[in-house]
Ligand binder design. Sequence first.
Ligand code: ADP
Length: 599
Amino acid sequence: MKNNTNSVYENMKYIICNWFKWDKKGTFIAFMKIPITILIPIIISFMNKALIELILNKANIITFIWVLGAVSLLLGVLNCISHMISENISAFQQNISIHYAVEAFEKLLTMDYELLESYEGRMKFERCHQFAFDGNQSDGAWAAVRLIGLIESILGIFTYAILFSYVSPILILFILITCLLESFTYHAANKIAIKTENEMVHDEMYFSYFFRLATDFVAEKDIRLNSAASWLEHTLDKSIAAYTKVMRWYTNETTKLTVLQALCSMIRDTAIFGFLIWDVWTGNIAVSDFVFCFGLVGGFSSWLNGISGHISSLHRISLECGKYREFMSLKKAVETSGNLLSDADINSIEFCDVSFTYDNKKMVLDHINLKVQKGERISIVGENGAGKTTFIKLLCGLYTPTSGKVLVNGQDLKYIDCSIYFKQIAAVFQDYTLLPSSILKNITLAEIYNKDKVWKVLEDVDLSKKIKKLRNGLKTKLGRQSDKDTSSLSGGEMQKLLFARALYKDAPILILDEPTAALDPIAEEMLYLQYKDLTKDKISFFTSHRLTSTRFCDKIIFMKNGKITECGSHSELMAQAGEYSNMYKVQGFYYQQEVNHSL
Ligand code: ADP
């Protein structure tokens, strides 16, 4: 039984090793369930056997009371332990599922960014969802119940078989034959489960995507405004129909097998009882032995019947575990062998003949050459799709060039430890993330902070007055869904807050990717004026579709189809009268109209 990468055995070993790694005590308690569940029916059967023997031997009442008392006490203790263990197993499952989710979350944060954004990365993440992210219902958590159940069934069958063979050796032979017959049905059930799993994976991915879409308020807005709900429902219906077809086939096939299994177990149970009755009838075994074996038949049968469920479930869990391990083995972004930066400060960044492609077909960046020194302010402009964002992602070390090198202080960025390099970058992207926490935490992103510095940066971005007016000041929670006492800032205020976050970080490289998109022209002008001051000793990159921003930059890079087509200061490029100059003049006209309106 092999899946994509690991055998069932390897996956089960991996799961058990994780239990020991994350919760030794819980693992020990979970395994304790096995002997106790096997022992309880044996003790009950022994008690019945002993009582029958006492009755037949006409024992006195004191002996009766002693035997009954001792066995009842033992049973009471075992039952009590059994309940405690069951409770502990639920907690253990919860604990394990949290560990898987946290581990996967950490992986998301540390994996290669380019891979994370790619179809392959997203697909592999989606595929590990069922194993790691469904809490107590996740396969990572269910593995505990199923694996312990399987070991318990195997050991239980083994122990009871020995006890049976002691009473009636021929019985054990018969049991073995019926077990063999039943194992064929388990095998067939597994094959059906794998086939179903493979056919359903696409639809399941689709469902999880739909359900996430339905609970995403941002997407909801688009769905409603574009009346896309009926189209989505239609697409979902098609997917549900395909899913239902596979499930119907699965149910039909497994029903046939279940009937076959029920038949097997009925024949086996009848035969066992028949053997026992025959043996006691012919005097081969004592009545007390008959009672003893009779008491064990029920447990024995339920273990035999349960084994098929455990095996097919573990097989499915193994497939999910394989997907999880595949995701966990994806390339990391931060290689521990990465070099440190030769200097804590950043003195230069150089793109040496850098090209980049997402799909190995179209070059999104095409032989880019550019050197930037400390203190320089660079503006990157160009039409949509020119390659500006991709350039910034390469600069940040989130992507690696397809060919060429990005040098930081003369060192190839590819070999620099990303975690160290990221500390040197403060960036404001147009697609931002807010933490469901206070304004303060959203600026500092750290537990230890300098409050004076926080107020200083808020002053710099002209947001301090607004925040002082809020009832909870810096402690005001951001994000509509995180807290009932939240405040939602406007789009422009949010951009100012993100700018404050970048200033607070005070890193040697400052990247502002369309930071003025949501600002009105006056706020935008104020930001430009401060920008000049705030970027004095840094290397800064500014991308904006509004060319007014370029006046505050030392060097303008005009990009088109992944190439730098013009490069120079604002006045140099205006004098060249090329595409930049054209774009500037056209925008200048409309922009002036916008300014007049806002005054
Ligand atoms: P800009 O920021 O100038 O608008 P981008 O760098 O975002 O341009 O995109 C440049 C080109 O790369 C576009 O043609 C875009 O469709 C393509 N592109 C951007 N991101 C991806 C991606 N993750 N996968 C494939 N193609 C992409």
